[in-house]
Design a protein around this ligand. Structure first.
Ligand SMILES: [Zn+2]
Length: 256
């Protein structure tokens, strides 16, 4: 049993590293100045009360990858959003994007089941009052399969994973990279990437969950979040939602 578990973990780790190399949909990145997108996954209320609040102070907007099934639930990230919170975010210009209905690991279910999860999320978000098109998606836990990526590439403008780093030269719309700021090494890496953006303009997508004084393993403190905001400000980056970033990047790619 133990050996099986270890084998499963190894297989999953290898497939996670190999997967981004296949089933790609490349978009050229041609930037004269840096571009940054802030994204939140799931998401707890502190992603609004701290996250959106601090970003709005700078005139910036974020992308919220939302699992409708988590509405008003409470977990290690804290209390989650309500329908009113979602509509409020959207009315203030933030993007509501997809993240499956029940936040399921998509590598563990069939493509058909995954499509049902995604459709249920879509229908529920609409019932909750979300008006905009749900055109971008993030894989829960960053997990997917090759077949699923192919299927979703027909449904979404982009899908985001959790592989760190920024995009220079090109981005794979089937598994966009995103940099966490949760652990100290991830936070340091994010700051390093941001500080390097003005010398080498690229598109950096950041992702986070809770922003509280005592964060979860995947969250960060308000102080650290504000350090990231300050670094982005200093870099002179344009800050756009994922949807607006893609519109901007596609327009630049077609002009070249
Ligand atoms: Zn998530």
């Amino acid at each position: 049993m133990l050996i099986n578990n270890i084998n499963n973990r190894i297989v999953r780790k290898i497939s996670r590293q190999i997967r981004p190399m296949f089933n790609r949909r490349m978009l050229p990145i041609r930037l004269a100045k840096p571009l940054v997108s802030f994204t939140f996954d799931d998401f707890p209320l502190s992603a609004i009360t701290s996250g959106a609040h601090y970003l709005e102070n700078e005139g910036w907007r974020a992308t919220y990858y939302t699992s409708a099934g988590l509405e008003q639930s409470e977990n290690h990230h804290g209390k989650h959003f309500s329908a009113q919170d979602l509509c409020g975010l959207e009315a203030r210009g933030h993007e509501i994007a997809g993240h499956t209905h029940s936040h399921v690991d998509l590598s563990q279910i069939s493509v058909d089941q995954a499509m049902t999860e995604i459709q249920t999320n879509h229908v529920t978000l609409k019932k909750m009052g979300v008006k905009g098109e749900i055109s971008n998606f993030a894989y829960p836990y960053g997990e997917a399969s090759g077949r699923l990526k192919q299927a979703l590439s027909k449904k979404f403008t982009s899908m985001r994973g959790i592989q760190g780093g920024a995009h220079y030269g090109c981005a794979d719309l089937n598994e966009l990279k995103s940099q966490a700021i949760d652990t100290q090494p991830n936070f340091d890496k994010a700051i390093r990437i941001i500080n390097g953006l003005s010398a080498r303009p690229g598109w950096l997508i950041l992702f986070m969950h809770d922003i509280v004084e005592s964060p979860s393993e995947w969250g960060c403190t308000p102080d650290k979040f504000l350090q990231v905001v300050q670094a982005v400000k200093t870099s002179g980056a344009d800050v756009l939602t994922v949807s607006d970033s893609l519109t901007f990047l596609k327009a630049r790619a077609s002009r070249a």
